[in-house]
Write a protein of this length. Structure first.
Length: 345
């Protein structure tokens, strides 16, 4: 139904408008409870094979919704009805911010990809906290946190700690995002010195909390192997709990979309099928380098059950979808979980 009816309709609109329409449609599930139950019974795949226990959290299945789709925690209950094992909100910043100027979201349909330069547009962490308090029990939610655009890098720690304190009672795990290409200077925080200081400081505060929460680092696919070596070292040195591999790429290599069209879209992070192989390479490299001691959430270019399986085989413990969800619809989550039941790892 999605591929033949809903997707063609949504793709008649600009990507950001289509996103708004989809969110409005999902809101219907809030007011028609029996429809939510029908969808959940259709999309949810329940099997002991799918269950994952990680960081003391029991995931009903290993397929999550990546950050960026429900930035503001608006549709957590609705996405849960579509079969996801967990949902990651954000990236959230201390203060609300509009993000970059529109247009800032572009489809590359020939590549089944997206370019975005959203720029951490969000309603601010306080708004998200209020919405999180209304979510249905049992839904696992991760909080992806960042810094405001106007905050200089040397003061970025205060923004991350602000978000951490605001969210710590209402999310199940945290993701420190220093890898988005759409906030000026943010990726400089991936350098070894600043990153070591940032993560150690956040985790020191975390370790002093009455209820410690897992902290993960989201990394870019554009890092060299030497930089990935540093990531492994930093994760171990700071004691954080894992890595999300990977964010969007700034590469434009080997695209089917004409180069003139891509250039006209401008800067931004590329997601979807073109990042699939590099994301898997990063997962495999970190898993091997760390000898399997660093839990990894694999994300990037998952458009099929086989894509998800490949990332799990490469060393990921969980996976997330974003662009694949846009192109394939909620049926993708069901297909992945059914495939994993049949091909149990």
């Amino acid at each position: 139904m999605y591929r033949f009816f809903i997707k063609p309709f949504l793709f008649c609109f600009t990507p950001e408008t289509a996103h708004t329409i989809a969110f409005k449609a999902l809101q219907l599930l809030r007011y028609i409870p029996f429809l939510r139950r029908i969808l959940k019974s259709y999309y949810r795949v329940d099997s002991p094979v799918l269950k994952r226990s990680l960081w003391g959290i029991d995931f009903p299945n290993p397929v999550g919704l990546a950050a960026g789709f429900d930035k503001n925690a608006l549709r957590i209950n609705e996405f849960d009805a579509l079969g996801f094992g967990f949902i990651e909100i954000g990236t959230l910043t201390p203060k609300a911010q509009p993000g970059n100027d529109k247009p800032r979201l572009f489809r590359l349909t020939a590549d089944e990809a997206i370019i975005n330069r959203m720029g951490f547009n969000n309603d601010g962490v306080a708004e998200a906290v209020e919405r999180l308090k209304k979510r249905n029990p049992g839904i696992i939610v991760g909080g992806n946190i960042g810094k405001n655009k106007v905050t200089p890098n040397e003061d970025s720690l205060s923004d991350y700690l602000y978000c951490f304190h605001a969210l710590k009672n209402d999310v199940d795990y945290f993701v420190v995002n220093v890898s988005s290409p759409n906030t000026p200077g943010l990726r400089e925080l991936q350098e070894k010195g600043p990153l070591l200081h940032l993560l150690k400081s956040i985790n020191d505060v975390n370790n002093q909390s009455a209820l410690r929460k897992p902290i993960l680092l989201k990394i870019a696919p554009d890092l060299t192997n030497e930089q990935l070596d540093d990531i492994v070292e930093i994760v171990k040195a700071t004691g954080i709990d894992g890595v999300i591999a990977t964010n969007t790429t700034i590469s434009r290599a080997d695209l089917l979309t004409p180069s003139a069209t891509v250039e006209a879209m401008g800067a931004g992070g590329l997601s979807g099928k073109p990042v699939r192989d590099r994301s898997t390479e990063v997962i495999r490299y970190i898993h091997k380098k760390a000898k399997g001691t660093i839990p990894i959430i694999g994300v990037g270019g998952i458009h099929s059950a086989e894509d998800a399986y490949e990332k799990l085989k490469a060393g990921a413990s969980l996976v997330q979808v974003y662009t694949g969800f846009i192109y394939e619809g909620p049926e993708l989550v069901k297909r992945i979980n059914k495939y994993l039941v049949k091909h149990a790892l």
